[in-house]
Ligand binder design. Structure first.
Ligand SMILES: Cc1cc2nc3c(=O)[nH]c(=O)nc-3n(C[C@H](O)[C@H](O)[C@H](O)COP(=O)(O)O)c2cc1C
Length: 348
């Protein structure tokens, strides 16, 4: 159905098309059965000790304000991450702020954390319990005087409704946010956050979502601090503000974060570097350019035990989850692999 609608959808402004998708998902009319995959049990895995059907998650940014996570589960995702949520409602940057680079199978966005704000999101999550494993991604408001305090506010308000919480330090569209990759700033952030969760007896797993543009010299510092503060996982990665040279789309020079196919290798390379140092000690969620069984397979081999995608779904529609799972099952069966976990890190 998506392939019939795609030429019409792609005539509409990308953000408007996204808003329409959210509106239609609210009707929740698609039957779960059409997204079922045979032999999916080979993909079964665990996230923080809890069983999930498969490692394919929806990345943050699609359901920013937690409006449609339950209908989205029907597409066959193993888990979903909503957000980024900020303490106060935020409109983000002026439009247009999302651009399709069709030939590159990529997007550039500079949305700037547009979302309905913490209070509304918490109410939605409270009223409408997630039917499956749900992470909530949190970040500071653009005009915040104390960004760390914004993370604490979000964690406090949201932890009851989340299976894990992601501390997002990697959007290129909130000025100064990526400064948290600096050793001293990250030390201060993780120290304050973990002291806060300890004091308030908050026991939810914490993830750190990082930038693919991290300098080689900073990787060791980030790993050291993840270990020091017992952070449960790292999401590699957010969008890149580099790698524009080989793009062909007319919007290639738009300011913002690049996602989709041109991000795949950059994130894989970073995952490999992290996996070498943290092998299984800290969970790695691999994100960036996943749009097929093979691209998912490459991320797993690089060292990610869980995956997320966003841009692939923009280009291929909701059927992409079924497609990836079917292709992945096929690859694993051909290689006589019994369970997906057996390939994690084997190519790093
Ligand atoms: C339109 C758009 C909005 C996004 N918004 C967020 C966000 O609010 N928070 C976040 O952590 N990542 C956000 N992301 C980044 C994605 O979660 C993901 O890390 C990135 O797009 C790479 O995955 P992909 O190549 O599968 O899209 C956004 C991405 C896109 C394309």
């Amino acid at each position: 159905m998506f392939s019939i609608l795609k030429p019409f959808i792609f005539k509409i402004d990308p953000e408007m098309a996204h808003d329409l998708a959210i509106k239609s998902l609210k009707y929740n009319f698609l039957p779960e059965e059409i997204f079922k995959v045979e032999n999916e049990s080979i993909l079964e895995t665990k996230i923080f000790g809890q069983k999930i059907k498969n490692p394919i998650g929806l990345a943050a940014g699609f359901d920013k304000s937690a409006e449609v996570y339950n209908p989205l589960f029907k597409f066959g995702f193993g888990f979903i991450e909503v957000g980024t949520v900020t303490p106060k409602k935020q409109f983000g940057n002026p439009k247009p702020r999302v651009f399709r680079l069709e030939n590159d199978h990529a997007l550039i966005n500079r949305l700037g954390f547009n979302n309905d704000g913490l209070e509304k999101v918490a109410k939605r999550l409270q009223k409408n319990s997630p039917t499956d494993f749900l992470g909530v991604n949190v970040g500071p408001n653009k005009d915040s005087k104390n960004k760390i305090d914004d993370y604490l506010k979000c964690i406090k308000e949201i932890y009851n409704y989340a299976d894990y919480i992601t501390i997002n330090i990697s959007s290129p569209n909130t000025p100064g946010l990526r400064d948290f990759h600096d050793k001293n700033s990250l030390h201060q952030l993780l120290k304050i956050v973990t002291e806060f969760t300890k004091k308030n007896k908050i026991q939810k797993p914490l993830m750190l979502k990082i930038s693919p543009d991290l300098a080689n010299s900073d990787i060791g510092n980030v790993i050291e601090l993840l270990k020091k503060f017992n952070i449960n996982g790292v999401i590699i990665s957010n969008t890149t503000d580099k790698n524009r040279e080989n793009l062909t789309g007319k919007f290639k020079s738009e300011f913002g974060g690049l996602s989709g196919e041109p991000l795949a290798k950059i994130s894989n390379d970073l995952i490999k570097k992290f996996y070498k140092e943290i092998k299984g000690e800290i969970t790695i969620i691999g994100v960036g350019g996943i749009n097929s069984g093979m691209t998912a397979y490459e991320k797993l081999k690089s060292g990610a035990s869980l995956l997320q995608l966003y841009t692939g779904m923009v280009y291929e529609g909701p059927g992409i989850v079924k497609k990836i799972k079917t292709e992945l099952v096929d690859i694993l069966e051909k290689e006589k692999i019994k369970n997906i976990n057996d390939i994690v890190g084997t190519g790093s």
